[in-house]
Design a protein around this ligand. Sequence first.
Ligand SMILES: [Zn+2]
Ligand SMILES: [Zn+2]
Length: 115
Amino acid sequence: MRCFYHSDVEAVGVCKNCHRGLCRACAVEITNGLACRDRCEKEVVALDRIIRRGRAASGPAAVLFTGVGAIFVIFGLLTLPSGLLVLVVGGFMLAFGALQLLSGRSKSSSPGASA
Ligand SMILES: [Zn+2]
Ligand SMILES: [Zn+2]
């Protein structure tokens, strides 16, 4: 692949914002990827900030859901049959929290896994 801006130069990477090939002179390294110098720098920084904020927000909430859900399930089992509702609610919370944790983990481990 060649640089989008210099058709005679081999690209060293791809811009995270516009996905064009970039040579060493055109690429700017931003935390988790490359951006076109003076063109996509701001966009890639903003994109990174959004991704990081999303990860930070879903992490603790998922842990909380899983933990509270587990407590509800145990409490519901101990107080059966009257605790059936607590058990069902706890089960849903546990499943929701576990799903969030799993999706967050697979998303954060994928970038840079090949490098
Ligand atoms: Zn770009
Ligand atoms: Zn270039």
